[in-house]
Design a protein around this ligand. Structure first.
Ligand code: PMP
Length: 305
């Protein structure tokens, strides 16, 4: 995906020109993957632009930093404010936001006490997995790469280093002509997509893999579970073996970037009718309804810019 850079970025406490948000080549994160980050989306709503679950995302950023004992020089409220500022500075309505905190320059070695750099970027971004995929769906494959075991790298932290695994999964899938890759956990059971959680539909019920399956506890996943339950849809979190990908009635991926992307085939096998099914469409309607005003935001998930 190509990207048109915006004019302004927030870096270590101030809005500055995009080109000035630089770091040293010897920063810890470049060598050791020691960054934590978030991905958020803002939407144009009838009440003006709003960031979806801003506070929950930035709380997860703090949690990721805490797991790695990375001191955070800013509070959730300050990073929330930075997100708002960077949208305003670039006059963005519907956008993708990327807060990132990383171990910077200072000392040498894995356990060095480095200063933490923090930045927030925002730019316009359409459908992450390609144009038209929200309607048409993607062809996915099960990756030959496995997710990391829970006692190796914690999947509950959204850390830069985790995405080495994600890159292997995503690049292999694209190279083989698929839209996205799905990884199995070290247990051999289903985990998640390279950068998305998974939902399978069986007999009108939504089934999703549990956090114990080496996945990121997605905020979109949580939003779907909440919306579904509130609308009388049964949601089951359970261990799911791979073969159920071939047996389910419908299948979709979700994440901030991917939003709700139907999967029309896995490993060349058609899923259900080979297009977005009624449950996937219902969940899309509930989810996107939050931004058009059709779904009541009784959760206060829309945080005004
Ligand atoms: N899993 C992984 C590995 C991800 O990178 C993401 C995207 N952040 C997700 C799941 C979905 O998480 P969220 O809904 O919070 O964006």
């Amino acid at each position: 995906m190509t990207m048109r850079y915006p004019e302004w970025i927030w870096h270590n406490g101030a809005i500055k020109p995009w080109a000035e948000a630089t770091t040293h080549v010897m920063a810890h994160a470049i060598h050791y993957g020691s960054s934590v980050f978030e991905g958020l989306r803002s939407y144009d709503t009838p009440d003006g632009p709003a960031i979806f679950r801003l506070t929950d995302h930035n709380r997860r950023l703090m949690a990721s930093a805490r797991i790695y004992e990375m001191p955070m020089p800013y509070s959730v409220e300050q990073i929330n404010a930075a997100c708002r500022e960077v949208l305003k500075a670039n006059a963005l309505g519907k956008a993708y936001l990327r807060p990132v905190a990383f171990r910077g320059l200072g000392g040498f070695g894995l356990s060095a006490d480095t200063p933490t750099d923090v930045a927030v970027a925002a730019w316009q971004m359409g459908a992450y997995l390609g144009d038209g995929v929200l309607e048409e769906g993607i062809d996915a494959c099960v990756s030959s790469w496995q997710r990391f075991a829970p006692n190796t790298i914690p999947a509950g932290a959204k850390a830069g280093g985790n995405y080495l695994s994600g890159q292997l999964v995503a690049r292999e899938a694209r190279r083989l002509g698929f839209g996205e890759g799905i990884a199995l956990a070290s247990t051999g059971l289903l985990s998640e997509g390279a950068g998305e959680n998974l939902f399978l539909v069986f007999n009108g019920e939504l089934h999703t893999t549990p956090v114990s399956a080496a996945l990121l506890n997605g905020i979109t996943r949580n939003s779907i579970i909440t919306l579904a339950k509130d609308n009388g849809i049964t949601v089951v979190e359970r261990d799911i073996p791979r073969e159920y990908l071939y047996l389910c009635d419908e299948l979709f991926m979700c994440g901030t970037a991917a939003e709700i992307t139907p999967i029309r085939s896995v490993d060349g096998r058609q899923v259900g009718a080979g297009r977005a099914g009624p449950m996937t469409k219902r969940i899309q309607e509930l989810f996107f309804g939050l931004f058009s005003g059709k779904t009541a935001d009784k959760y206060n998930w829309l945080e005004r810019v």
